[in-house]
Design a protein around this ligand. Structure first.
Ligand code: BES
Ligand code: MN
Ligand code: ZN
Length: 489
């Protein structure tokens, strides 16, 4: 989306639509600059409308000012104003602009908008025009947005928001790809497109994965002719500085394997790569924003298929960290590939901290629904900082407990651990417990289960900026975290 900042007087601006935000019971100051008939009409409309979130009125100016129309957009109660209100409303506005068929519009930023709210205007506008049209022959036009505002830093804020959006859109675009066009090798090829002076990409092939005893990744990947890969995206690595590691589960299609899933909604299991796509989105934004941190994105990627060479329920495999794991259910595959990715990265990079994203458990949807992601952490500082970023970015997360009782629930009778806990009992936490066994040096670690939030499902709340399909959930959260958290390294 083309977005331009301008310092013009709104009433001198030649534009299709001059758009003002307005709160319930607000008496807008800018009205004094309009006179006569138009002012009267506006006053009437403002008085007679309850300016709830997303309420829109379009007023034709009939040549009384230079702009063709004034559009008023409700923000609801000022006291309850959250950045998500602005993001959602800005998105509703651009959809209206597209609906009327205008090719540009102008948004006036209210004087009291702070950085986060201005950022939200840009996020809402651009993310709402997103639609996955790679496989459509008719593509919708995206209007140009002019922004008028008083904030000195407005250009920097717009630029920052655009770079965050670029990561979110990248994550969505890849996550939405169908499983026939996105295999583990495709994930690897896409990762390579991100490389530049500061960002290096390394890819471990099947043979190397096998040689390195990354048997969790190897076992899950064995059933598919599309070979597994382990991808590393290293950004700004420096000697004597411990990087942050971000890991994402990328199962390009999860059939369940020999423990085959039922066919209902099976097509949605192309979204089982969303964790990995979020990591790609984060790395793209980090590198565009040129953040002054060291960070490594790690993506274990496999296709979980049933077949003559698949791993089986009953198998016992030696994980990369040396633990023997009994396979109870081949559909609990995410924890196997993540566990190896976690132990391998912890050993290779001695990181400052590890955060992983995964569409790990259906149980997370049962526990928290489709608008909040579950998370566990072994470190309260990390948990607090993530919660603060969730609050600011409106990507909601909720911490779940993880103690020895849960760790004991996945002990095996005949091996060290097993890949599922007791049925119907804290499935999200026992999955996290399996991952917790892979941390060996007390590295601060958090695991975010995005099974409910990674793509839109029937119970997903309506947000203008989330189109059908992948949401890119996690990119905005993590970019906020990476910008605002002082990393002690
Ligand atoms: N990818 C699924 C989890 C999932 C299911 C996410 C539906 C979003 C929607 C994961 O690999 C899986 O199959 N988990 C099993 C674990 C069980 C076998 C212990 C599940 O949740 O049923
Ligand atoms: Mn599965
Ligand atoms: Zn899965």
């Amino acid at each position: 989306m083309k977005i331009t900042e301008q310092v013009e007087d709104p009433f001198r601006k030649q534009t299709n639509a001059l758009c003002y935000f307005i709160n319930i019971n607000e008496n807008p100051k800018w009205l004094v600059n309009i006179h006569g008939r138009l002012a009267e009409t506006l006053k009437q409309i403002i008085k007679n409308t309850e300016w709830n979130e997303g309420e829109i009125r379009i007023i034709n100016t009939h040549g009384l000012i230079i702009a063709d129309r004034i559009i008023l957009v409700g923000l609801g109660n000022k006291k309850k104003l959250k950045s998500d209100t602005v993001r959602n409303t800005s998105g509703k506005l651009v959809k209206e602009i597209q609906h009327i068929g205008l090719n540009e519009y102008t948004v006036i930023i209210p004087e009291d908008f702070n950085e986060i709210l201005i950022q939200s205007v840009v996020e809402g506008a651009e993310l709402s025009t997103y639609n996955f049209n790679k496989y459509k022959t008719n593509k919708k036009k995206i209007p140009e947005l002019f922004i008028l505002g008083h904030n000195k830093n407005i250009n920097t804020i717009i630029d920052k928001a655009k770079k965050i959006n670029s990561g979110v859109i990248f994550a969505r675009d890849i996550a939405n790809l169908p499983p026939n066009d996105c295999t583990p090798s495709t994930m690897a090829k896409i990762s390579e497109t991100l490389t530049n002076d500061k960002l290096k990409c390394r890819i471990l092939s099947k043979n190397y994965i096998k040689k390195q005893n990354l048997n969790g990744i190897m076992s899950v990947g064995m059933g598919s002719k599309n070979e597994p890969k382990l991808i590393f995206l290293e950004y700004n690595l420096k000697k004597n500085r411990k990087p942050i590691i971000i890991i994402g589960k990328a199962v390009t299609f999860d059939t369940g394997g020999i423990s085959l899933k039922p066919s209902e909604k099976l097509d949605e299991m192309k979204f089982d790569k969303c964790g990995g796509c979020v990591v790609l989105g984060i790395m793209k934004s980090v590198s565009e924003l040129e953040l002054p941190i060291s960070i490594v994105g790690v993506i274990p990627t496999v296709e979980n298929m049933p077949g003559g060479s698949s791993y089986r329920p009953g198998d016992i495999i030696k994980m990369y960290n040396g633990k023997m794991a009994e396979i109870i259910n081949t559909d609990a595959e995410g924890r196997l590939i993540l566990s190896d990715a976690i132990s391998y990265s912890e050993k290779k990079y001695s990181p400052n901290s590890i955060i992983d994203f995964a569409t790990l458990t259906g149980a997370c949807i049962v526990a928290l629904g489709t608008n909040v992601a579950g998370f566990v952490a072994n470190d309260s500082y990390l948990a607090t900082k993530l919660n603060e970023s969730a609050e600011r970015s409106d990507e909601d997360i909720w911490r779940l407990p993880l103690n020895d009782d849960y760790m004991n629930m996945i002990k095996s009778d005949i091996a060290d651990i097993k890949n599922t806990g007791p049925k119907g009992s804290a499935g999200t936490i026992t999955a996290a417990a399996f991952l917790a066994y892979s941390i060996s040096n007390n590295t601060p670690w958090a695991h975010v289960d995005i099974a409910g939030t990674a793509w839109t499902q029937p119970s997903t709340k309506c947000r203008s900026y989330n189109s059908k399909g992948a949401t890119g959930f996690g990119v905005r959260l993590m970019i906020d975290y990476l910008i605002n958290t002082e990393v002690k390294n």
